[in-house]
Design a binder for this molecule. Structure first.
Ligand SMILES: [Zn+2]
Ligand SMILES: [Zn+2]
Length: 164
């Protein structure tokens, strides 16, 4: 079985990356912080084990901001054009990175598993049919298929053991 390999990058071409396999989970988040940080309706983050992501070219700057959970999260941006490439959240630290789906060369190749923080969605936004939506956060075990949940739980265990 061939694993999917996707590539992506920033708007100016300085940063290019490659990511192997399917995401553990894909979030479409409509929280106010994601709205502010992106200037848009919401963000689409595809979460992978960080080991699956290879930075091919370019450099990233780190910006520590607040996340929807109230804890800090770090946005990694292109040093040249400022495009946000991925984020790391306190729950999994550096073990997992949430790739901004819009930076993939084929952004349609990932689909959100969940739409979250719909309580603060812009009123004119229509939620997609067939994708579970939650007013705030959600329970991973209720949504993710067993194989992807197992990957996530493996990272949680490593984090609890002091990694990342
Ligand atoms: Zn750039
Ligand atoms: Zn959010």
């Amino acid at each position: 079985m061939n694993e999917a390999v996707r590539e992506g990058g920033c708007a100016c071409g300085h940063v290019r990356y490659r990511v192997a396999g399917e995401p553990m989970m894909v979030h479409n988040c409509h929280c106010r912080l994601c709205q502010q940080q992106t200037g848009s309706t919401s963000v689409v983050n595809a979460f992978f084990e960080s080991e699956r992501i290879e930075l091919l070219t370019g450099e990233l700057t780190r910006h520590v901001v607040q996340g929807g959970s109230g804890k800090s999260h770090t946005i990694f941006r292109c040093t040249q054009c400022g495009t946000a490439i991925w984020s790391q959240y306190s729950r999994l630290g550096s073990l997992s990175s949430g790739l901004r789906a819009g930076t993939l060369d084929d952004p349609g190749s990932v689909t959100p598993d969940v739409v979250i923080f719909t309580a603060s969605k812009m009123p004119w936004v229509t939620l997609p049919e067939g994708i579970p939506a939650f007013p705030a956060y959600y329970d991973f075990a209720e949504v993710l298929p067993p194989d992807r949940l197992a990957r996530l739980q493996a990272l949680v265990a490593r984090r609890q053991a002091g990694e990342g």
